[in-house]
Ligand binder design. Structure first.
Ligand code: PLP
Length: 405
């Protein structure tokens, strides 16, 4: 019998962050072990509940949310998104907003509509790996530009310039960044936009963590600097700051010279139509979320739960010999480095599996984020301070055994 195989379109698609390590974690759980999962930025399982007014609004609208909506989204949600960016000095309207089942769907949809075989898309390293995978699925090549750990994980603008070829079509920016927690300065954002302007690249700016900012960090919307002359797609949504990852609600907003992009936008609308619409009940959360009180602020202020957890993780990781971690200024992660002189790790996926088996802690290996060297891992800072103390204590004791070899 002919084997049933996956399509050749998946040939270059890799998504290791949910690969063999997760399978091993599930096997251990099935065998009765309790695994502390520090591998996924999903706020709800760590006791971060959605603001009540968002739940109330969704419940209130549920009876009238049974049918398909307009494929680009319900009017109240699209208007709320447009108003939000108008408040950041952007000249956009309801027509510029597409609502999706989370940012994930919009990333895939935009890349399917935009990328042609052989196109090159500049993607940060490390990255949120959906970007690289979705570029490959669309037939393009993700060309990784380096973010510089020695410079607070800021993008290396010279490296970006050096990697531009005649096939380069777009520049992806992830700010605040997953997995590094970097929040780019105004100067860096301007530098990125300037590169796009000079090389005629489309900007794709993933800003899903824009409200998860610590200390004095300020988020700068890429689109603000792209102005009228650089075509920019801004992605954001409700999964993180509003803690409703499971409801699936996000958007992409178009700005800049739309007249030059009519053909692409027709393609994006075609793909939106093909999947009918995004989950309608979750669209009703958008207007309520974006207006009024922003409960995320209490979590990120000094002493707030997210900020206290970030501090704990950062301090305890840096206290381990041979481990260094740049202080995250936003998002929900630490991305520590394991000094290769102290820990000569050849295969970081195996390192994470060994840690999992020995200490029942699940983290994610750095190469899973398209980081080129096996010397980093990512830890989620969502667990409580006491769980983080326990987890990082176990990581420290595992690393001690490696130093003793
Ligand atoms: N973009 C980044 C940078 C993320 O870290 C994530 C989720 O972790 C997403 C997009 C996906 O978000 P959504 O839940 O809106 O699909």
């Amino acid at each position: 019998m002919r084997p049933i195989v996956q399509s050749s379109k998946l040939k270059n698609v890799r998504y290791d962050v949910r690969g063999p390590i997760l399978v091993e974690a599930e096997r251990l759980e099935a065998a009765g072990h309790r695994i502390l999962r520090l591998n996924i930025g999903n706020p709800a399982p760590f006791g971060f509940e959605a603001p009540e007014r968002i739940l109330r609004e969704m419940i209130h609208n549920l009876p009238s949310a049974q049918g398909y909506s307009d494929s680009k989204g319900i009017n109240s949600a699209r208007t709320a998104v447009a108003r939000y960016y108008q408040g950041h000095d952007l000249d956009v309207s309801v027509e510029d907003v597409y609502i999706g089942n989370g940012v994930s769907e919009m990333i895939t949809m935009v890349l399917q509509a935009f990328v042609d075989d052989g196109n090159e898309i500049l993607v940060p390293a490390p990255d949120y790996p959906l970007w690289t995978a979705a570029v490959a699925l669309a037939g393009g090549t993700a060309v990784h530009y380096r973010c510089d750990e020695g410079n607070d994980w800021n993008p290396d603008l010279d490296d970006i310039e050096a990697k531009i070829t005649e096939n380069t079509q777009a520049l992806v920016v992830i700010n605040p960044n997953n997995p590094t927690g970097a929040v780019y300065s105004e100067e860096k954002v301007k530098g990125l936009v300037d590169i796009a302007r000079r090389h005629n690249l489309v900007l794709m700016s993933d800003e899903i963590y824009e409200k998860i900012l610590f200390d004095d960090a300020i988020h700068h919307h890429t689109a603000t600097y792209a102005g009228d002359d650089v075509f920019c797609l801004t992605f954001s949504g409700l999964s993180k700051a509003y803690r409703i990852a499971g409801f699936r609600s996000g958007w992409v907003m178009v700005s800049g010279p739309r007249d030059r992009a009519e053909d692409f936008l027709e393609g994006l609308t075609l793909l939106s139509n093909m999947r009918m619409c995004a989950n309608v009940p979750a669209q009703h959360a958008i207007e309520t979320a974006l207006g009024g009180h922003q409960s995320i602020n209490e979590l990120v202020l000094p002493g707030g739960r997210l900020s206290a957890q970030r501090d704990t993780a950062y301090e305890l990781l840096n206290a381990i010999p041979g481990v260094s971690c740049v202080k995250p200024r936003g998002a929900l992660y630490c991305f520590p480095r394991l000094d290769p002189e102290v820990y000569p790790i050849k295969d970081d996926e195996q390192f994470v599996i060994d840690l999992l088996r020995a200490k029942k802690i699940l983290v994610t290996h750095g190469t899973g984020f398209n980081w080129p060297d096996p010397d980093h891992f990512r830890l989620v800072t969502l667990p409580s301070v006491s769980d983080l103390e326990d987890a990082i204590g176990r990581i420290a004791s595992f690393l001690q055994t490696l130093r003793e070899v």
